[in-house]
Design a protein around this ligand. Structure first.
Ligand SMILES: Nc1ncnc2c1ncn2[C@@H]1O[C@H](COP(=O)(O)OP(=O)(O)O[C@H]2O[C@H](CO)[C@@H](O)[C@H](O)[C@H]2O)[C@@H](O)[C@H]1O
Length: 694
């Protein structure tokens, strides 16, 4: 098996794709894409608003915008800009005279460049403008002879190694002029505020997952993969998401790259689609094995699912070499992969076995995020033959526990191999190290505690925002904010009751449940509590899909109590939003909950959570304390129906009899900053730790 691996070693990337370096076509091609209308190419050079510079420089500028572009020194009236290590590390490739015809890439790069230059950091703009003003005031005071501001000539600059390289020069004045012109056309605040921050620790980050909202989503993983990358990009990282292409997606366009991978002896053709949205490169992998399963992305037999995940991981690990995003491949320096759950736990293993063990991708690192340890990619030991690894890697996967006996466990191998491991809350991080919470993997997690950390998920405050929610603009629903909470929520509640055919009554509390119908989510506790629930003056709305018996169970509750209960079986994003807005209470009796997103969404909509005190629900829902008027909802200590009923009794008492307390609860929930920005900062700390780990 080892020799099979060696017989088809992973191909080395083309030299033009190994870093930021790309070559221009032999014949000059005018690039008319710049808002400055002044980017032109000559052989190996680009004239940018009249200043000669190399494509490498433009690429470096592109990266420099992300890592911080620093005025360095001035020479012959031109400002030399240092862009950190990306330039110096690429300089030796300048001597390579091998031009490559990459016109399309070059044009694309210039397009990206021209867009990115507009989002150049406020600090750079200010520095340059300040210096220009300094220069002109100095000029005024001295007369006709232009005098350089002293700061231009700092010989101790950290970028002094760039001195003298003509190719790295660009006229500061032309940049300033271009920015000035652009400011006339566009709202300054908008451009600058949405730009990535300068970040000295900026990295290339590739998030790999089996699902990515809004294109594919079966639960919280999709939401996280759709949003965390954007928050990392806002922090100045260059971020890509790699996910399978399950359907026909509108935005991503084919990139014209075709590759073949062998999985379980079968040749699989792979093409790639790309979209650049909110400063993130979304790369979708198209292959026959992924097509037409958008409604059942984890469907099929165990071996089929495993083969899909093998393909995803094998392709993803090479994407930084082969897929030009904005004309430039990510390359493997300063690179961190973020794998998610067992589906992509093979990625850290492939990174090690195929590359780092062979002296390739030496500086690339991997981070594995545990969203749910209950799914581990277990199978018989024979499954090892499907993952195409050297024989000595079997020990990483072979795992014994009393439940599964000796078996093949993909999550186990990923946890051991990844450079860092994160899970999605502090509560769950603790639980994972216990025999109950770790689902057999607790010892591996404890053994790797040094590289393990909990980071609470954030949420998209654009998609899940009652003030701009696109699903609240029709059918009687309305958008609302903190200021219009009581009126707006009452209207949404009436619209929900109307849409579901429940009695339209403002005074009756609506208790909602949204989630996968399985053991984890504790929906059976609702069935157990049914006699109490239906004896109350309340309405209960349940949205979910999953286990057939649980679907039948909630259907049964509805058919026995049509005036009080509704069960929506299926996956409906629209209904999830509408129920979150229209309900008064969100019930989450989850037996375990790594983080939970629905309680966060609920709080943003003034919907009060009642949750089992477990995992991420402990971290995010502080128990209401009426004496001190603090807290965000109600928690119950054990996943038992009577405990849940007690918590609901307290909750309904406050709803009915303490309106002001209730409103303050709602307001406290809505006023929290639950955005991804905090979590992204924590992730960045982990990325940095991984980068400097040897
Ligand atoms: N029938 C339905 N129709 C429409 N939308 C539906 C739906 N059922 C669920 N959803 C949506 O799917 C998402 C569920 O997210 P959760 O975080 O609650 O659970 P999940 O268990 O999938 O995620 C796992 O990963 C996430 C992310 O890390 C962790 O928060 C979580 O604890 C862990 O179990 C929400 O956006 C919810 O609205």
């Amino acid at each position: 098996m080892f020799s099979r691996c060696l017989a088809s070693p992973p191909a080395l990337p083309p030299t033009s794709c190994r870093g930021v370096a790309c070559r221009l076509p032999r014949n000059g091609t005018p690039l008319i894409c710049s808002p400055f209308s002044a980017i032109n190419t000559r052989r190996n050079h680009i004239s940018y608003n009249g200043s000669a510079c190399t494509m490498r420089f433009l690429n470096a500028v592109y990266h420099g915008l992300l890592v911080g572009l620093v005025p360095n020194t001035q020479k012959n009236g031109r400002l030399i800009l240092g862009v950190g290590r990306s330039i110096s590390s690429e300089r030796q490739e300048d001597s390579d005279e091998d031009d490559r015809d990459i016109t399309a890439n070059t044009v694309q790069t210039a397009i990206v460049l021209s867009k990115e230059v507009l989002t150049i950091q406020r600090s750079l703009l200010n520095q340059i403008v300040e210096r220009r003003e300094l220069a002109s005031s100095a000029k005024d005071s001295v007369g006709t002879k232009e005098k350089e501001p002293a700061s231009y000539n700092q010989s101790n600059s950290s970028f002094s190694n760039l001195d003298g390289d003509e190719n790295l020069e660009v006229s500061a004045v032309t940049i300033v002029q271009a920015l000035d012109e652009q400011q006339d056309e566009s709202p300054k605040e908008g451009i600058l505020d949405s730009s990535p921050v300068a970040n000295p620790n900026a990295m290339n980050v590739i998030v790999v997952a089996a699902e990515c909202a809004p294109w594919s989503k079966t639960g919280g993983l999709g939401d996280v993969v759709g949003e965390l990358p954007k928050a990392l990009a806002r922090r100045g990282h260059r971020v890509m998401v790699v996910a399978p292409k399950y359907g026909n997606y509108a935005e991503p366009k084919g990139v014209g790259v075709l590759k073949r991978y062998k999985v379980d002896g079968q040749d699989l053709e792979v093409t790639y689609y790309h979209a650049y949205i909110d400063c993130v490169d979304f790369v979708f992998i198209d292959s026959p094995v992924f097509r037409h399963i958008e409604n059942d992305i984890y469907g099929g037999n165990r071996r089929d699912i495993l083969k899909r995940m093998v393909l995803l991981c094998r392709v993803a690990v090479e994407v930084p070499w082969y897929i030009p995003c904005g004309g430039v491949c990510y390359g493997d320096e300063n690179l961190v992969f973020i794998a998610n759950d067992w589906h992509t736990s093979l990625l850290p293993v492939y990174l090690k076995a195929y590359y780092r063990d062979m002296g390739l991708m030496k500086y690339a690192r991997s981070l594995l995020v545990i969203h749910n340890i209950a799914y581990q990619g277990r199978g018989p030991v024979d499954d090892f033959s499907l993952v195409d690894l050297p024989d000595h890697y079997l020990d990483l996967f072979k795992f014994y526990d009393p439940v599964g006996g000796e078996h093949f466990n993909i999550f186990a191998a990923g946890l051991k191999t990844a450079d860092r491991v994160v899970t999605v809350s502090h509560g769950y991080a603790w639980e994972l190290k216990t025999p109950e919470g770790g689902w057999g993997l607790h010892e591996i997690i404890s053994d790797n505690d040094w590289k393990f950390r909990g980071i609470v998920n954030g949420i998209s405050t654009e998609i899940w925002n009652p003030n701009s929610d696109v699903y609240l603009t029709s059918d009687g629903y309305t958008n609302y904010s903190l200021e219009t909470l009581q009126l707006g929520k009452a209207q949404c509640k009436a619209a929900l009751q109307h849409e579901l055919g429940l009695p339209v009554r403002g005074d009756v509390p609506i208790i909602a449940f949204i989630g996968r119908l399985d053991y984890q989510k504790g929906v059976d506790l609702i069935a157990e509590a049914k006699p109490w629930l239906v004896g109350q003056d309340l309405q209960i709305v349940m949205l979910g899909t999953g286990r057939r018996d649980l679907e039948d169970m909630i259907r049964g509750i509805e058919s026995a109590h049509r005036d009080k209960a509704r069960a929506w079986i299926g996956f409906s994003v629209k209904m999830a939003h509408r129920i979150t807005a229209g309900a008064d209470v969100l019930l989450m009796p989850s037996r375990f909950e790594p983080c939970g997103l629905n309680q966060l969404y609920a709080m943003m909509y003034g919907t009060v959570p009642v949750v089992h005190y477990v995992g991420g629900l402990r971290d995010t829902v502080q128990q209401f304390d009426p004496l001190n008027d603090v807290g965000l909802g109600w928690t119950f200590e054990r996943a038992e129906a009577n405990r849940m009923i007690q918590a609901l009794q307290h909750c309904l008492d406050t709803y009915r009899n303490h309106k002001k307390s209730w409103e303050r609860l709602q307001v406290r929930g809505m006023m929290q900053d639950l955005s991804w920005d905090n979590a992204a900062q924590r992730y960045e700390e982990v990325l940095i730790a991984a980068k400097y780990q040897w």
